[in-house]
Design a protein around this ligand. Sequence first.
Ligand code: ATP
Length: 190
Amino acid sequence: MRLGLFGGSFDPVHLGHLLVAHVAIEELGLDRLFFIPAAQSPFKPANQPAPAAIRLQLLRLALAGKTNCEIDDQEIRRGGVSYTIETVRDYAKCFPEAEMFYLIGADNAAKLNEWREAGELARLTQFVVTPRPGEAPVNFPAPFRGRTLKGFPLAVSSSEIRARVQAGLVIEPLVPPAVAEAIRAAKLYL
Ligand code: ATP
């Protein structure tokens, strides 16, 4: 079994994330792909994300009908700062026979050796990078192993979406319609 793990703040989920998922399933031949929203990213300590329940609701809307994508809320349930090593250990325990691929955008790859328990993390999972516009080609820092997907680099980020909502600009081209509608209804990011 080939498992994809895709962690992030998803504040909010956007078309860039969905494209990463699509490309990973296609290029890696994944059997299952888990979106794993963080309670709090260790790399964004100053950013208080939108409430977890809302970020989860947006993910459910974005992934409705996508049978090969699932949502795992274990980091939200654990609370506090979310460390990938804890999540990857849990998958290694639950799926001892599976091959694991942890998906990241190119902006995250250079900093991998700052992640908690980097050595153990690199032993347990390989990493898969999706290109992101404006990011240099990736060299994995030792001891990490992984590959870069061909993908279709898409210049969309959650911070851009939050900024556009605050500026009163439309976000429809950047997120699925149901996500845009829910952001408006919840008066998020104003
Ligand atoms: P922010 O703008 O708030 O920093 P973000 O758009 O990077 O957020 P995250 O939820 O932090 O979104 O991202 C989760 C993962 O998805 C990260 O590994 C990030 O690099 C990756 N990612 C996000 N957007 C893209 C994109 N457009 N292309 C490729 N990877 C992406």
